[in-house]
Write a protein of this length. Structure first.
Length: 209
């Protein structure tokens, strides 16, 4: 039969293993942002894993309690961040970002020469041309609207749409990174509190004897 301590050490170790696995998966899929976030999580969790392992191995109830408190706070923060990311992905917020982008870029594009460098950088980086509220005339596309010169066939995507996709595109990855560790963390908190409860009972019995 697996002891509570052994089960905890396995679950506790998985706290680092899961972000590392996610980093490998995202790396294979070509998602650099996802892989970087996963590696950062793994590095942050490594110290906490060590704290938990030591507290159980050395039978230190105060350290076990500290571990449980820290893990509980992390669970709350991760869940909060996941909720925030989910809210950002809702249609209402996306439309709001899109409208704000349109209001920002449309006046500048109407004065293209005045804001040329800024607009060219945006259009080349996001592979977009104009905004929903402003279209360049076919014969007057800026060079930044195309990959091939002379610019006659512009990028089909409007820049306010492209900017929203760029800003919001990484949020589904963030949500998964925030949620995936939660079951392991909740299990580790439950196990270490059971271990601590049993340890406190044993210490109490010893003091009475």
């Amino acid at each position: 039969m697996i002891s509570l301590e052994m089960a905890f050490q396995v679950i506790n170790g998985a706290d680092v293993g899961l972000p590392v696995l996610l980093a490998i998966i995202f790396g294979v899929l070509g998602s650099v942002v996802g892989a970087v976030f996963a590696v950062i999580f793994a590095m942050c969790f490594a110290g906490l894993v060590a704290l938990g392992a030591i507290s159980v191995h050395k039978k230190l109830p105060n350290l076990q309690l500290a571990y449980a408190i820290i893990q509980s706070n992390i669970v709350a923060v991760l869940f909060f961040l996941a909720v925030i990311c989910s809210i950002v992905m809702t249609k209402t917020v996306i439309d709001m970002i899109k409208d704000n982008s349109e209001k920002t870029w449309t006046p500048k594009m109407k004065e293209y020469l005045k804001h040329k460098d800024e607009i060219d950088q945006l259009q080349q980086q996001l592979k977009c041309c104009g905004t929903t509220a402003y279209k360049y005339e076919d014969s007057k596309y800026p060079d930044s609207c195309c990959d091939i010169q002379p610019c006659t066939v512009a990028f089909p995507k409007a820049c306010n749409t492209a900017e929203v996709e760029f800003l919001v595109g990484g949020f589904p990855i963030a949500v998964s990174l925030f949620l995936v560790p939660l079951p392991v963390k909740i299990a580790s908190i439950t196990l270490i509190m059971l271990i601590r409860k049993r340890l406190m009972t044993e210490l109490s019995d010893e003091s009475e004897n």
